[in-house]
Unconditional design. Structure first.
Length: 254
């Protein structure tokens, strides 16, 4: 290779290295950063990682990662996925629980990037991420509330056209149906023929399709053909893009 070509190659490599260093610096400035050696011992970290978990630098350097996570983590799918991905030199990400210095739990969303030595062996595993403790705790609390509501209330879900998607046991027991008898059927099966043919019934579904909830005491027909009165709310539900996706009804027999 001529001196001119060699010089050009070196300049290109230097420019590429400069860009890569900037990317790493920006990631270290804006995200928490942790690096593990080939034995999964903590060998590097940034200020954000230390502040997030409340450790001092001396307290973390050289410690096995396993010492700052709860003991049960080894049984979680995220732990097995991490080990499998690193063994294949593939990136992996998940939500991981960590122990803060004061013993409380912190949740971190981390993207792990295995890095090879020139001989192909594992050099280190670089992790970048952010704290999501509040998000995880709120999601778990909301899930607990939903589960409590579903356990104690009759719940049925409809498509926007009124077709039944699913229902819980409380609804099925109250109405005297099995799930197979109602899934795919229209809501009007629970109404009298007169009501189902009325303008009020048409407007009822128009209201729900405008995203407005409806709450009232409703007379319905159960699976035995008997009248049953329900105190109920019909609640339009939006998807992650803000579009109406379905209607969820919460009810109790009165």
């Amino acid at each position: 290779m001529s001196n001119r070509k060699l010089k050009k190659t070196l300049q290109e490599q230097s420019a590429e290295l400069h860009l890569l260093r900037q990317q790493v610096e920006q990631m270290d400035r804006g995200m928490l950063s942790i690096r593990l050696d080939a034995q999964f011992r903590i060998c590097a970290f940034n200020r954000i990682f230390l502040e997030t978990l409340g450790y001092s630098s001396d307290h973390l350097h050289g410690r096995p990662l396993s010492e700052i996570v709860p003991p049960y983590v080894k049984n979680l799918p995220c732990f097995h996925a991490f080990n499998q991905a690193v063994a294949r030199f593939e990136p992996v990400n998940d939500e991981y629980p960590y122990l803060r210095a004061d013993g409380t739990l912190a949740w971190l969303k981390i993207y792990w990037l295995p890095v090879r030595n020139q001989d192909g062996s594992l050099a280190h595993v670089q992790g970048y991420g952010s704290e999501i403790t509040r998000t995880v705790e709120e999601a778990k609390e909301n899930q607990a509330l939903i589960e409590a509501l579903v356990r104690s209330t009759a719940v049925i879900e409809f498509k926007l056209d009124g077709t039944v998607i699913t229902a819980n046991k409380q609804f099925l027991d109250a109405m005297g149906y099995s799930l197979g008898q109602i899934v795919g059927k229209h809501h009007r099966m629970f109404c009298s023929a007169r009501e189902a043919a009325s303008d009020e019934y048409v407007n009822f579904w128009k209201t729900l399709n405008r995203g407005e909830y409806v709450a009232n005491r409703f007379k319905r027909i159960d699976g035995r053909g008997n009248d049953i009165w329900l105190e109920a709310t019909y609640n339009p539900v939006h998807d992650t893009e803000g579009k109406l996706a379905k209607v969820v009804k919460f009810a109790s027999v009165v």
